[in-house]
Design a protein around this ligand. Structure first.
Ligand SMILES: *Cc1c(COP(=O)(O)O)cnc(C)c1O
Length: 223
């Protein structure tokens, strides 16, 4: 595992995907998902020039956060969060990517000591196994979320099915992109909807082609 080399390959290939989509490379933020490695390896990766760290589980998020909190990093909690764990973690989180219920949003609002930037997770492909709001639900959900002072909805997050083809990925990511643009136009209170969190190691080129501003990449850094 050559972290410096892997980091350069990931950054180059993200820049290339951005260029192909006629976007500035700086419009795509790269989150290094460190769930596969320990704190030392994460520290080493940070030294190669990483700004954004992502973890999908609360316990591992807290381990990494406490080991690296002096590094001036941006911290992303990217996986589903149980309501009873909100109070343990939410005040260390810069961006929470998996907001998937109004009840969870209310708990975050109650426990947060500052405004938490959240992505609404949407289930575009309607896979039963996936978390996230269905598009049809948003009409009733958004007015509820608009009332919460400490929950800012910065954008949408979605995940494509593992086995999706190139065409299916393009369809899913484009649908998310269109929805994000529609919601942004509404100019809802505390909901800029300016960001899109989509794309993992296997599908980030397609996600960037369809407007992703945060890619969540694990495997490609640690192979
Ligand atoms: C693990 C994980 C990723 C990164 O996946 P890779 O395929 O390893 O790049 C991205 N998003 C979420 C929510 C994850 O749990």
């Amino acid at each position: 595992m050559n972290l410096q080399n892997n980091k350069e390959l990931v950054f180059q290939s993200v820049a290339q995907a951005a260029e192909q989509a006629q976007r500035l490379k700086d419009s795509v933020n790269i989150i290094a998902v460190t769930k596969y490695v320990d704190c030392e390896t994460t520290q080493e990766l940070v030294r190669t020039g990483i700004q954004h760290i992502g973890e999908n589980r609360v316990d591992k998020f807290l381990d990494k956060y406490h080991a690296l909190k002096d590094e001036n990093l941006t911290w992303h909690l990217i996986g589903s969060l149980q309501r009873r764990k909100v109070k343990d973690v939410i005040n260390y989180v810069d961006y929470f990517h998996a907001l998937d219920s109004v009840k969870l949003a209310k708990e975050i609002d109650k426990r947060a000591e500052h405004v938490i930037k959240c992505f609404l997770q949407v289930n575009i492909s309607k896979e039963e196994s996936k978390h996230g709001f269905l598009i049809e639900e948003l009409e009733v959900v958004l007015p509820e979320l608009e009332k919460l002072e400490n929950v800012q909805i910065v954008g949408l997050m979605t995940m494509a099915p593992f086995e999706a083809s190139h065409e299916e990925l393009n369809q899913i990511f484009e649908k998310a992109h269109q929805l994000q643009k529609e919601l942004k136009k509404k100019q809802l209170n505390n909901m800029p909807f300016s960001e899109l969190s989509m794309g993992m190691s296997r599908d980030y080129p397609e996600a960037i082609a369809h407007g992703s501003t945060y890619v969540r990449i694990g495997t490609a850094f640690f192979k």
